[in-house]
Design a protein around this ligand. Sequence first.
Ligand code: SF4
Ligand code: SF4
Length: 373
Amino acid sequence: MSKVYFAAARVRKWKYDESMPGKLERLLKEVELSKYFEKEEWVAVKTHFGSEGAHRIVRPVFLRKVVNALKIIGSKPFVTDTVRIRGLDYLEVANQNGINHLSVGAPVVIADGLYGNDNIMVRTGEILGEIAVASLIYDVPAMIVCSHIKGHINAGYAGAIKNLAMGGVSASHRHCGWKCGRGSMHTIGEGKFVWDNEKCAFCYQCEEICPLDCIDFEDDKFNYKDERCWRCGRCTRVCPEGALTLPGDDELFMKSLSEATKAVLGTFKPNKVIYINFLTEIQPECDCMPAAEVPVIQDLGILVSDDIVAIEQASIDMLLKAKPLPESLAEDSGVKEGQDILQTLHKKPYMLQIKEAERLGLGSPDYQLIELK
Ligand code: SF4
Ligand code: SF4
């Protein structure tokens, strides 16, 4: 049975040890990082930099605690993510959201190069075939995966699996384009957009959000540059009318997340990756959206484990027991206490991610929860 360490968000005493940063420091001592990472070893601290308006990411103060804990054992950490918008702009977003060398205490670098095409093809499985893993993640020998737990319009639940599947691979490959990148999970077949003229309100939000300036509405028609498009799906996600969609399949999507995660983790030797799930600021949507909504669930705490399936299962078990927050999308959607909040919001079979990850041998959903005193 895998161990999952947990520190609750509630503060019972007004002292540093009881604070969230203080508890994270204690958690990292408890898991004994030196069992996983060596002196002088480079360790990637994988996080999501957010977007210009989505500030509810894993806060820099926590990343700094992770970096410090690695430095204490003599490892060489750096903080990283893959390109979500153009690379230089993404580094600016990271800086704006407080993630830079000064704040986190380690270099902040893009894992797949400023152009997002620095990657290596890795065999996956029956759904994806192969995928472009960011070269830095491919090469680095060890990693701590820091995931902000939240909802997601496509994935329903977004945790460590999604962080690695989407964030461990590139948007595009130099030769085979989006079909070898994360777009291959976002859509099926040729991934041709479906635009419904009748539903379209011509609000142009899809055009504004596109990181590659692919979209225009010349002659009042939806046009996009097929070759340039990453199939990142940002344009479809912001469409308020459901007028713009990419063909998809929920079951295939969930399973492909686990398949891509397996490809990313397959580039590491055993016992070289640990996971930290931050059940904080649990908002309904992805950190790549242009804004962060208010949380739908109160802060619950921080989980740490070396088993990705166990930590995801433990996170979901906690979310299932949580109460929906008032004046949030949960209340607007009529979620009642005792209901599965993320399922009610997004209506996605998100447990398939965890089941598939278990089937692929990535870990076990059986866990022992060890709560910090
Ligand atoms: S999927 Fe949409 S937002 Fe993303 S690159 Fe293509 S057109 Fe732009
Ligand atoms: S976001 Fe949707 S409704 Fe708005 S212009 Fe684009 S397709 Fe039309």
